[in-house]
Design a binder for this molecule. Structure first.
Ligand code: ADP
Length: 276
């Protein structure tokens, strides 16, 4: 059965756009990308949720410290609130402190709860951070939910590209459009200086072509971004934005345009009359 939550089939939840963030490989920045996209969308006033489906390495509770803990109301899970972003993670189920190795039934229970029992309310966009690899979690989510599209995150090296290719085919086979191949921690040419790329220089264009990706974008390697996320600070609320934060803001805007122009609030194009 394929449950279309976009039509609010689960009663209380009405989610306009459902975006998967996947890589097939760990450590390429998939959680960082999910968190950054969520923060950018929230900043422009959208109603945003994040589902941390990376059950074996959940990061979202660290990236989004809860101002309000999740709870259960009328037999439905109310997500944690971090600012105005709704977050659900396996960590919230109180299991992570005790054990990091989950047997399949625990993972399955968590997923079923996420799919059928979370009250997301009205959301403009829900970002789903997929686990590495193509396993049960991956297949279950793809079978039960109709995704608007997927962002595939890769480094510019063969190891990462080959894992992303495998993950990509599972989305393509299920008819999920590839919104973007996102090269993360990308090399940036420094003027008058040769610096060897840190994470490889493999061309990802064939991945873009083979998956019919609508966009091919790069987020630069940016130590400042990593340390801001590490300290739970919002990288998009700094007086001077880091290069990666700038790149994320413009990428997220393109992504929203691709998904639906109506998600971009008018406030961004309004002129401020009192200034004239
Ligand atoms: P994944 O979810 O794929 O396992 P993470 O999002 O946890 O990867 O990122 C792995 C590490 O790389 C983290 O320390 C994160 O801060 C860092 N990182 C991610 N993207 C960037 C970037 N563009 N520049 C610098 N560091 C990054």
């Amino acid at each position: 059965m394929r449950l279309n939550i976009l039509n609010g089939a689960q009663g209380a939840s009405n989610i306009k756009k459902l975006v998967a963030v996947a890589a097939g490989k760990g450590g390429v920045g998939k959680s960082t990308v999910s968190a950054a996209l969520a923060r950018c969308s929230a900043l422009r006033g959208l109603k945003v949720g994040v589902l941390d489906a990376d059950v074996y390495g959940p990061s979202m509770p660290l990236l989004f410290p809860a101002d309000q803990a999740p709870n259960v109301l009328d037999q439905r899970i109310q997500p944690a609130l971090s600012g105005n972003i709704k977050v659900v993670s396996i960590s919230h189920f109180g299991l992570v402190e005790k054990a990091t190795a989950f047997r399949a039934p625990v993972v399955n229970m968590f997923l079923q709860q996420c799919i059928h029992k979370v009250d997301w309310g009205d959301l403009d966009i829900l970002y789903v951070d997929f686990p590495p690899g193509v396993g049960d979690v991956h297949l279950c989510l793809l079978q039960e939910w109709a995704f608007s599209g997927v962002v595939l995150v890769s480094l510019a090296n063969r190891l990462s590209k080959s894992d992303v290719e495998k993950a990509a085919s599972s989305f393509v086979d299920m008819g999920v459009p590839v919104l973007c191949v996102l090269e993360n921690m990308a090399h940036v040419e420094a003027p008058h200086q040769f610096i060897e790329p840190l994470f490889g220089k493999v061309d990802l264009k064939s991945l873009v072509e083979n998956t019919n990706a609508a966009l091919y974008k790069k987020i630069p390697f940016d130590p400042k971004l990593a340390s801001l996320f590490d300290s739970s600070e919002n990288p998009f609320m700094q007086s001077k934005l880091s290069p990666a934060a700038e790149a994320f803001l413009s990428f997220e805007e393109e992504l929203l345009k691709l998904l639906d122009n109506s998600l971009l609030p008018q406030v961004y194009t309004q002129t401020l009359e009192w200034q004239t």
